[in-house]
Design a protein around this ligand. Structure first.
Ligand SMILES: [Mg+2]
Length: 270
């Protein structure tokens, strides 16, 4: 990719001047998200059982079928927040057609509503996040940013409601990708190398091997993974993070190892 094209991926408003850049993934790195999906799965499943009774597929079959539909919709709906609720509605219609059951609009709405609950929150930061971001915010040699992929209005809402907007402003140090993070990470690492040759470090912090660690390593960034309990199949990738830590409270000590805080003296001398 040529330089002109790389430049255009990053907005002109982006404000990242310091030699070190710590990039955070949002979902299940800074805020709890998977838990909200889990609740949506359970409640949408219950609404489906209410609608079709004994014709509902059993537990894991129901999840498998809805995930198959969800995966098919990805090519047309990408990261739209409506994809998951629509998958449940389509499963309801599929079952109705299999068993010649009437489709009730009320049932459609109830299933859609329950499957949409992950969009309504509450969006809360994970333990340790407030300490990490308020500490890094004080460092003169570190910029932080959020790089997330997903539905634009929903990702904005999450950042606001979790009160991360104190530290992160869209277009300045918060970007939402409409597909994978590869191109943006390439551009960020290249920009850091141009501005701080040899001394700059870009560090990606995320939970997903596929969405965070893979593209960051490919771009030449350092990687720190904080795995989330539970598992999304689409998070797998054959890639080794540089560091793996059990939770957010361990992050500052790892960062201190990679990018030690400059001592007062060296700041004065400068
Ligand atoms: Mg994530």
């Amino acid at each position: 990719m040529d330089n002109e094209k790389l430049g255009s991926i990053l907005p002109d408003t982006l404000h990242l001047k310091r030699k070190n850049l710590v990039i955070f993934d949002l979902d299940d790195t800074l805020i709890h998200t998977r838990m909200l999906y889990n609740i949506a799965y359970m409640n949408a499943g219950k609404a489906l059982i209410d609608a079709v009774g004994t014709y509902a597929p059993l537990g894991s079959d129901m999840i498998k079928r809805v995930e198959t539909i969800n995966a098919k919709l990805q090519s047309v709906m990408n990261y739209s927040a409506e994809r998951f609720p629509l998958s449940w509605v389509l499963l309801y219609r599929e079952i109705c057609s299999e068993y010649n059951l009437p489709v009730y609009e009320e049932a459609v709405e109830s299933i859609r509503y329950e499957a949409s609950s992950f969009q309504r929150g509450p969006f809360e930061v994970i333990d340790g996040v407030n300490n990490v971001v308020s500490t890094l915010d004080q460092r003169p040699d570190v910029d932080m940013m959020i790089l997330t992929a997903g539905d634009f209005p929903l990702q904005r809402k999450k950042v606001n409601e979790a009160q991360l907007s104190t530290y992160f402003t869209e277009g300045v140090n918060f970007m939402i990708a409409d597909s994978t993070k590869d191109a943006i990470l390439d551009a960020l690492v290249k920009r850091n190398k141009d501005n701080h040759p040899l001394v700059g470090k870009v560090i990606m912090v995320g939970d997903s091997l596929y969405s965070d660690i893979r593209p960051a390593k490919k771009a030449g960034a350092m990687t720190i993974r904080i795995p989330t309990p539970g598992h999304w199949a689409h998070d797998d990738a054959e890639v080794e993070p540089d560091y793996t830590i059990s939770d957010m409270t361990k992050l500052l000590s790892v960062l201190e190892h990679i990018i030690p805080t400059p001592n007062e003296e060296s700041c004065v001398q400068k």
